[in-house]
Design a protein around this ligand. Structure first.
Ligand SMILES: [Zn+2]
Length: 62
């Protein structure tokens, strides 16, 4: 499952090719979802504004 975050905190940061700075946000999401759902959820950032993408996108695995 993919989740796109349009208003990520990293928006407006300078573009840094190859950098995905929202791993932290992904980790927070991962912890929260694992708690809410009561099972292991893995969140991986696949797109980031900072990498020049149009939004931040996360790949969720249940
Ligand atoms: Zn971001």
């Amino acid at each position: 499952m993919r989740i796109a975050v349009e208003d990520c905190f990293c928006e407006g940061l300078p573009i840094m090719d190859g950098k995905l700075v929202c791993d932290l946000e992904g980790a927070i999401m991962e912890g929260a979802l694992t708690k809410i759902l009561g099972k292991r959820v893995v969140v991986k950032e696949v797109k980031c504004n900072v990498n020049g993408d149009d939004c931040c996108e996360y790949d969720l695995r249940f």
